[in-house]
Design a protein. Structure first.
Length: 306
């Protein structure tokens, strides 16, 4: 059975519509995000949670932001995909699912627009909505290692609908996939959402959120940024772990002025002094205060070495 790692609640998300207590789901180590559209204008009831995703993003047009509702832990299987018995694992494999309130259907869009009903047509979503989704994807990359990449083809609805859609993955492709995709890409499913969402722009905004250069090598006159070592994984900082990464982390903590709990200095073995020093660093950074538990994750690592 998989073990959950990293924070399980998206910061700021409401748990007013929490379904995990009724539909327990399976623990997973998530490395895929699937984007859906609800094809409605309000937070769905999801049949009391029987067909709910992990999170739903509801537009607040007055504030120009998305309000997030969390229904399951990030790494607990949710229920918004077809998951055929004996077939490929979809809901229960390695997937965090997000429903975006609005439509990808141009016919629905025209109908709502003609009636003066405020909504998001996701293939032509406003920047503030794309940036909010991108912020979530950036957080998933930082905290759960989900790659900021995905399929090249995001066909427009209704051509995206159906099991024979050119963008639909085979079982083998799905099993190998890591990154961000749409409901329209998932094996064994026939839905076409979120259609032609601007995936390239989502990735660009997510990388900007993380301050990742998306424009290739810098010009010769631009000083190169110090290279940040790749985060090695949470398993290297478990209780009693002994490895070079613990020592590397400890030395950086001392360098940054957060070595007060060491008596003789950092070592290769993870211990309480390491945890307390990491916690002190986390509490010093506003980005980390909500997760200041002394356990280093990708964001702690990046900020410490940047």
């Amino acid at each position: 059975m998989s073990t959950k790692t990293g924070p399980q609640r998206y910061p700021g998300a409401s748990r007013a519509n929490w379904y995990q207590d009724d539909f327990g789901g399976d623990p997973m180590e998530v490395n895929v995000v699937v984007l859906h559209t609800t094809e409605g204008r309000n937070l769905p009831g999801y049949g009391g949670g029987g067909s709910a995703p992990n999170l739903t993003a509801v537009p607040d047009f007055a504030a120009k932001k998305l309000k997030w509702y969390q229904h399951f832990d990030i790494e607990t299987s949710s229920r918004a995909l077809v998951n055929l018995r004996g077939g490929a694992e979809t809901n229960t494999a390695n997937v965090c699912q997000v429903e975006l309130v609005g439509t990808c259907d141009p016919k629905t869009h025209r109908k709502w627009a003609a009636a003066g009903q405020e909504h998001i047509y996701w293939p032509d979503a406003p920047d503030w909505a794309l940036q909010a989704v991108a912020a979530f994807l950036a957080w998933m990359h930082e905290q759960h290692g989900v790659p900021l990449s995905g399929p090249k083809e995001w066909p427009a609805y209704p051509s995206s609908y159906g099991k024979r859609s050119g963008a639909r993955m085979s079982a083998a492709e799905w099993n190998k996939f890591r990154g961000i995709c749409g409901h329209l890409h998932v094996v064994e499913n026939d839905h076409g959402d979120p259609g032609a969402i601007d995936f390239a722009q989502l990735v660009k905004y997510a990388k900007a959120e993380l301050d990742v250069d998306d424009d290739g090598p810098a010009a010769p006159t631009t000083p190169a940024k110090p290279k940040i070592p790749a985060f090695p994984g949470r398993k290297h900082f478990a209780a009693g772990a002994s490895n070079k990464y613990v020592l590397q982390l400890g030395k950086q903590l001392v360098k940054r002025g957060f070595g007060d709990h060491y008596k003789v200095g950092p070592s290769r073995t993870w211990g309480e002094a390491d945890r307390l020093n990491v916690r002190a660093f986390q509490k010093s950074r506003k980005e980390l205060r909500g997760d200041a538990d002394g356990s280093p994750g990708p964001l702690t690592w990046r900020l410490l070495f940047s």
